[in-house]
Structure formats: structure tokens, C-alpha cells
Design a protein around this ligand. Structure first.
Ligand code: GDP
Ligand code: MN
Length: 399
């Protein structure tokens, strides 16, 4: 899951990583804004930052006003600038053309920047370990730097058993050409960052930019953080990081009915399978055949009739759904329970799109009989490739 910049910085701070002082404003009332801004009394300027789960805010623009999502303003005008961001749509190179509506605004102290660096820790799935990336050209788009000047990005794996080593941290401090106190601060910051990464079960912590202030100290001016949802059970604070405004509404609905393996995707074929591996294979097969899945949904092997119904309801209601593909390898989960789930849902939600079921295994014949009796226009086969080809073809034909 993604967290907001202000939450990420709160986490960094708890690991003794220096961040600029800031206050997050969560409601657009003049009293809430005034209370927050009181903390900046005596400072001539502040930075006002829109909080959305996407980067590129500084270079982005609001649809309504054309102004940027990160603004350095005089404190006396800050209240207007804050109020003006609430409820507005920010478009950045990471949001897509539709942009994101701003529901929270973070105000921070200004920092006199001498130099900007890039720093990140992430899980590298190919190397199967954390990787540290650093560059002395911070502030800008690191993907571009990596492409145009790969020599400017230092990348090295971190042994998960040994952790980040001081000599590795020193390599980064040398790359940043830091001297004196800042050099030592950098080593300490990196070791703390690695501790934060492991202790928080993060998949990504990206500090862009990390800055050297004109006073000669380091400060994390921005932070993007992704936490591993699978580690939710051992982090009570993960719940507090959730922001319903940033969650896909369908994913939220799935969670609320106890379905934890629903992931929204960009395509138009709604999918339901029993088992994560089968679900992934289903998505791959659709992709190979030129279809695009609207979601990943693993109903699991112990799903109750209610959960199956809830799953189908979510699939059928989704505005993007142009076809429904069910792939069940009946084991612990009997095929007819899945069929019954679909039949029950169609009593209240019409099945207006093509539907293909690949049924195999436990209680397949009972499932087939149920379907026939229901009269639902569902194409059933045991053959997975045939099933996938059919739903891809019918979904395209129905367009
Ligand atoms: P992003 O565009 O979403 O990555 O948002 P950032 O938080 O990184 O802000 C964009 C840019 O604004 C940064 O790269 C900095 O160059 C600049 N910026 C943000 N805060 C300050 C500040 O306090 N002082 C100065 N000089 N620049 C800042
Ligand atoms: Mn940034």
C-alpha cells in the first residue's frame, strides 16, 4: 500500500531521519487551516504541498487553476493557497490525464537548498533482495536520469542477512561528495533508512530530493513509501495509513466483505478463479489471447456461498466489465457452490455481458445441472484454452 508524504515523513522521523517540520491539514475549514498555520508564525515563507498518492506534483498542475501541486509561498498568503488546493484535481505525469482530487494538504517549513540528491531502497524481485539506489542528480525524474546518464545512478544490492554495511553507506556519501559533518550525517541517515525499511516492511522508500541545506545538513524534502500489505498483521499502524480517498472503491468494497485477494486492473474482462496461481495463469492466458482482465480475484478454496456471491456482485457491478470469466478447478471448493453464487446474484443484478465458465473437478456435473436449470446464458467448458478464447472473442464482439 502507498502512504502519503506526510505519513512517510512521520515514519522517517521516528527513525531519526531529518525531515522538514510540517503540519498536515485534513479538512478545508478556515479554523483548521488557521490552527495549522499558527505553527509557522514568524517564518516568512512556507511550502504548501498537495497530498495524493502520486509523485511529480511540483511539475504537475491543477485542472482548475493551472498552478502547481507544490508551492513555495509567503506565509501571509498560505491560507488561501491551502484552501485553493482542497477538492481540486491535480494532474501529474503519474496520475494519468484524469488526475487526483486533493483531500489533504501538507504545509512545511522552507529549506534553503544547496544541493539535491536522489536516494531509494526497494525490493528487487530479480535479485531477490533490497537494492539501494543513489544519484547526485536529485529532484528530477530518476527514470530519465537512469536512461540518459546511467553512470550517474549508483545501484547496489544489500545482503538481507548482513543488512546495509557502513562501507556501502560511505560509497553513497562519496558519490554525494559530502564532507565534514554532512558526511557522517549521511552514513547515519543511510543506516537509519535501512532500519526503517526493514522494520516497517517497506517495499519502497524513495527520498527525492534528499537535500544538503545551505547550513550544511541533510534533510529529506520529499518521501514516497510503499508498505507491504502482506505484513499488515504485524503493523498496527498500517490501518492508520489507509486513506479511503486513495483506495480503489471496488477494492475497498471487496475488503469490506472479507475478500482480500481482489486487485483492480485496467481491462474489461472480469475474472474469478479459486487459487492465486490459477488466477495469475488465467490473467496470463487472457493476455496471450489478446484479452485484458478487469481485475484479479482469487476467491480461495474455503470461500463461503456469501463470499462467492459478494465476489460476483462486485464483478458484475463494475462499470468496466464487458465480459465475465470464471475459472474453477474444483477441489475443496465444489464447482456447484460457485455456480450457485452466480445464480443467486443474477436474481438481483442482471447478467448483461457474455459469461464463460471453465468448470473442472469436484461437483462439476452438479454445477452444470444447476446452470442448465437456471437458463442463464453461460458458456461452460472443461477446456481452459477454449474457455479463454471464447470469452476474449465474445467480449470483443459485444463492444
Ligand atoms: P514531487 O514533485 O511530487 O516530487 O514533490 P517534491 O516534494 O519533491 O517537491 C518538488 C520540488 O520542490 C522539490 O524537488 C524541490 O526542488 C522543491 N522544494 C520543495 N520544498 C522545498 C523547500 O523547502 N525549499 C526549496 N528550495 N525547494 C523546495
Ligand atoms: Mn519529489
Amino acid at each position: 500500500m502507498n502512504v502519503h508524504e506526510y505519513q512517510a515523513k512521520g515514519l522517517l522521523k521516528s527513525f531519526h531521519i531529518p525531515v522538514p517540520f510540517g503540519v498536515c491539514i485534513e479538512e478545508n475549514t478556515s479554523s483548521a487551516i488557521a490552527t495549522a498555520l499558527r505553527a509557522f508564525k514568524g517564518r516568512p515563507k512556507v511550502v504548501v504541498k498537495a497530498q495524493i498518492h502520486a509523485g511529480g506534483r511540483g511539475k504537475g498542475h491543477f485542472k482548475e487553476s493551472g498552478t502547481s501541486g507544490v508551492r513555495l509561498v509567503e506565509t501571509e498568503h498560505a491560507a488561501e493557497v491551502v484552501a485553493d488546493m482542497f477538492g481540486k484535481t491535480l494532474v501529474t505525469n503519474q496520475t494519468g490525464a484524469e488526475g487526483r482530487v486533493v483531500h489533504k494538504v501538507y504545509v512545511t517549513e522552507t529549506v534553503a537548498v544547496a544541493r539535491e540528491f536522489y536516494l531509494s531502497l526497494l525490493i528487487d524481485r530479480d535479485r531477490q533482495c533490497p537494492v539501494l539506489m543513489a544519484s547526485d542528480s536529485g529532484g528530477c525524474d530518476v527514470e530519465t536520469v537512469a536512461q540518459t546518464h546511467p553512470e550517474k545512478v549508483l545501484t547496489f544490492p544489500v545482503d538481507p542477512l548482513l543488512g546495509l554495511q557502513p562501507f556501502q553507506a560511505r560509497r553513497v556519501a562519496y558519490l554525494f561528495q559530502l564532507i565534514g559533518e554532512a558526511f557522517n550525517e549521511c552514513i547515519e541517515l543511510l543506516l537509519n533508512l535501512y532500519r526503517a525499511f526493514v522494520a516497517s516492511d517497506a517495499c519502497l522508500i524513495e527520498i527525492n530530493p534528499l537535500v544538503l541545506t545551505q547550513e550544511g545538513h541533510l534533510s529529506a524534502l520529499d518521501c514516497k513509501m510503499q508498505l507491504d500489505d502482506n505484513a499488515r498483521f504485524r503493523h498496527e499502524n498500517f490501518v492508520s495509513f489507509e486513506d479511503p480517498n486513495e483506495t480503489d472503491p471496488t477494492e475497498a468494497e471487496a475488503k469490506s466483505v472479507g475478500i482480500h485477494n481482489y486487485v483492480a486492473l485496467d481491462g474489461d474482462i472480469a475474472c474469478l478463479a479459486n487459487g492465486a496461481g490459477l488466477g495469475m495463469a488465467t490473467l496470463d492466458l487472457l493476455d496471450t489471447l489478446g484479452g485484458k482482465a478487469a481485475n484479479f480475484l482469487d476467491i480461495g478454496d474455503t470461500a463461503s456461498a456469501e463470499q462467492i456471491e459478494a465476489g460476483f456482485r462486485i464483478l458484475l457491478k463494475h462499470p468496466k466489465t464487458r465480459g465475465v470469466f470464471v475459472n474453477i478447478f474444483g477441489g475443496t471448493l465444489p464447482c456447484d457452490r460457485v455456480v450457485q453464487g452466480l445464480i443467486s446474484v443474477t436474481e438481483t443484478v442482471a447478467l448483461r455481458v457474455p459469461c464463460v465458465m471453465r468448470l473442472m473437478g469436484n461437483r462439476k456435473d452438479e454445477g452444470l445441472a444447476l446452470l442448465q436449470r437456471s437458463g442463464l446464458p453461460v458458456f461452460v467448458t472443461e477446456d481452459l484454452t477454449q474457455a479463454a478464447e471464447t470469452i476474449v472473442r465474445e467480449t470483443k464482439a459485444a463492444l
